[in-house]
Write a protein that binds this ligand. Sequence first.
Ligand code: C2O
Ligand code: CU
Length: 454
Amino acid sequence: SEPTSEKRQRKEVDINQFSILPIDDTFYTRPQIEGDKITYNIVAQKTKQEVSSGIKLNLYSYNGTVPGQEIRVKVGQQVEVNLKNELDQPVTIHWHGYPVPVDMDGVPGVTQNAVKPGESFQYSFTATVPGTYWYHSHYKSAEQVDLGLYGALIVEGDRQTELDRDYTFILDEMNSKGKAGPKGMMGSSNDDLFTVNGKSGDLISAYEIQTGENVRLRFINAGYITHYMNLGSIEYRVVAVDGQAVMDPQIIQNKLLPVGPGERYDVEFTAPDSSFFIREMINTPAADGLIIPLINRTSKKTLDETEYDGIFTLIGSGIATEYASLASNKYDQEYKMVLSHGMKGMGMIYTINGRTYPDIDPLDVKRGDIIKVTLESKDMMFDHPMHLHGHFFQVLSKDGSPVEDGAIFKDTLVVKPGEKYELAFIANNPGEWMFHCHDLNHASSGMMTSVLYD
Ligand code: C2O
Ligand code: CU
């Protein structure tokens, strides 16, 4: 459940109990670089990982750790990723949020054949836009992503040289009994371990900062619920959403940063003359295990944690990304998608216009079209983080009021119970593109369609 404004008993933690991992001991291995080409070799494999003190889970990973190998490239580079499958079931890699050519999109049975056990597949695409993205398997993804087949895709742009620190925080929920895949009625609420970079509690590493440094934190949510991050009393700026740079980012303080499933938020701040914690603030005991220490070794102080006074809302906060608005356009096609759920036999189904995938007509568009999509939730129970592959869409309106601030472009949008959004995107990347809920349990139980054109 969402954080409330009531004071919540905070778990006392001592900042000295956390250790700073040298960067090379984490999940970074070196890519090969040859001219403009950068190559990563990724092996999908079984991995046993201690996620919380004494709790070792049998997981799947790309290169031996959850999250997998961070893929970090620069705009303009030709990216080549050689995937080898050493699991006993098929896998793929989908580049979440990245506008790759469709045959590189990693959807088995749609854009490529699943990579079978023992087989390999080479992904290649050009790094065209900077930002924070991520990658994950799209084969039985409700289960495989839950088991750890995900990692960050960071595309560095011009601003990279202005950053003194650049940390990636991938948020997730896990289950101490190691169960993955379809959850109970309430989705992921059985998950009792909230993780950052595959660790919970004392095993979370500390991240170093020094007074005055320009620090960027890239939050990625690989899980199925929204995580509400409290950055203490730090004055921070949201500099990118879903990878798209924000123009004139405003200073935010004492507001929780909500990171929905599949979404990314990049924040920057000037490092204070003290250490501090970032905490998850959802009202559930698992949240106490998600505390990220940022340690300033030149200081003996730890920032007091002030009470937060609200939740940052993207829409209505004056944020605009660096794209020309599609708002006053004529739309070539208009679609409406009503989101809901129901029962089928003993199981839950999640529906678009009353139907489940593949029994839903694709959005049939033409190259160059500007398409308007209305997403309306008639679901009074579940959030539906809707994700469109291969494109960025603009959020035009929420609950009937136009988004006045400017053009917010995203690839994943959390539609809460009863909400209604209008979106627009340009059909500028031909192919068959999935459009689905990123609670992957919902996607596998029906809430998925596609956009099709050549
Ligand atoms: Cu993360 Cu089909 O997507
Ligand atoms: Cu959903």
